[in-house]
Design a protein around this ligand. Structure first.
Ligand code: HGY
Ligand code: MN
Ligand code: MN
Length: 406
């Protein structure tokens, strides 16, 4: 990222060493842990240097205001947390671009006619507490506050406890109508996470829709036992059953057009080399083009997994942890934004399979997204990338939209 050290993307260079994950590669930046706290301090300092007033809302989202916070604000931003071993752009590109767009407007002497805020959402990836878009769900009431307070991280720390340690009042977690009422419109700029813009040969797109998606926990139960003393025929090994379940997940996804289903995380209990596990937790991420298709997919997976684990004498329980219905971004707004940016031939409208805070907000306030080309087509991985020129095109587009709205 050395070529970014100066100029419009200096912000990305400034945080390039924060939260690097030597074991996994890429970045691990999880809510209110060291790197995330450093990034929050960095954002606050950066925004204040721009003359913005920074506040933290009751759910840990950061707002940087140009002028007095107020109603009908134009709000832009993204998130700074990452998946485990994630890329440098997913989230931070939107935050850095928002700050840079504001810097440009200020430098040009522009005076906004309505309030503007740069917003950083907390725990977009759900990497610490398991629920993606936690900050925007809490803000909009998309998750019950009591349920959220009881979420636990890998060390058994509850969200309530973590929020308290971060200086928030856990009793105040949850829907924040006052904060929400200030948003007139939200725009999230994001690195593209697929190959749409590569194929179209364009640097920037406006988002058209997001696949329905959710997360389910599969708990496979067998019998813990001794690795040396237990004959192969006497075992009820839940890890073998989970392996069959993972294959069944793939087979069902292949049977459902446009569907994607992934098991990317396993927890083997108790997890010893010479121990046949007693249970295995596997997390399913399932997505499909419509709500009904996603529900159908998960029903089919439940049946297939239930059957697969019996081969190893095990059972499985399936629990839904989160759900987000299909998001179709407002067609009028999408059309207007494409027109402002030079027309449909230059700026395509692209669907995505990745979830975003803008998708959660879309149920409550007019929301839109800009995508910036990712030449690798890879995301949630250190291979995620964006060329400087494309990032600059993204900032140009965001600044033009803000100017047209303010
Ligand atoms: O999982 C998602 O789609 C998003 O990147 N949080
Ligand atoms: Mn992501
Ligand atoms: Mn993201």
């Amino acid at each position: 990222m050395s070529e970014l050290a100066h100029g419009t993307l200096a912000g990305l260079a400034e945080i390039a060493d924060t939260g690097r994950d030597a074991r996994r590669g890429g970045y691990s930046r999880h809510l209110w842990q060291g790197p995330d706290l450093e990034l929050r301090a960095w954002f606050t300092e950066r925004a204040e240097r721009l003359g913005l007033g920074v506040e933290t809302d009751r759910n840990g989202n950061l707002w940087a205001w140009w002028g007095e916070p107020g109603p009908d604000a134009v709000v832009t931003g993204s998130h700074l947390d990452s998946v485990p071993g994630g890329g440098a752009y997913d989230g931070p590109l939107g935050v850095v671009s928002a700050l840079e767009a504001v810097a440009r407007l200020r430098a040009s002497g522009f005076t906004p006619s309505r309030p503007l805020a740069v917003l950083v959402f907390a725990e977009e990836e759900g990497s610490r507490f398991g629920i993606a878009c936690l900050g925007s769900r809490l803000l909009t009431g998309g998750i019950d506050a009591g349920r959220a307070r009881a979420l636990v991280d890998a060390d058994g720390v509850t969200l309530a406890e973590a929020a308290h340690r971060a200086g928030l009042d856990p009793a105040h977690l949850g829907v924040d109508r006052e904060a929400l009422a200030r948003i007139g419109l939200f725009i999230e700029l994001h690195v593209e996470q697929g190959r749409g813009l590569i194929d179209l040969g364009r640097p920037v797109a406006v988002a058209s829709s997001i696949l329905a998606h959710g997360r389910w926990r599969l708990t496979v139960t067998g019998q813990g036992n001794h690795a040396g003393a237990t004959l192969m025929g006497d075992r009820r090994d839940p890890l073998l059953a989970a392996a069959r379940a993972v294959v069944a997940v793939q087979d069902e996804a292949l049977n459902h057009p446009g569907a994607r289903a992934t098991v990317g995380r396993l927890e083997v209990v108790p997890g010893g080399t010479n121990v046949i596990a007693s249970s295995v937790h596997a997390w399913l991420d399932a997505r499909a083009p419509t709500d009904a298709a996603t529900r159908d997919l998960v029903t089919a997976i439940e049946a297939a997994v239930g059957e697969a684990v019996t081969v190893n004498g095990c059972s499985v329980a399936v629990t839904e942890e989160s759900w987000t219905g299909t998001v179709t971004f407002d067609a009028v707004l999408v059309g207007r934004f494409r027109a402002v940016l030079g027309g449909g031939a230059l700026v395509p409208a692209l669907p995505t399979g990745a979830g975003h805070d803008a998708g959660v907000l879309a149920a409550s306030v007019p929301s839109a997204m800009l995508f910036v080309r990712n030449p690798t087509g890879v995301s949630h991985s250190p291979e995620e990338f964006a060329e400087v020129d494309d990032c600059v095109a993204g900032i140009d587009a965001l600044a033009s939209l803000l100017r047209s709205l303010l």
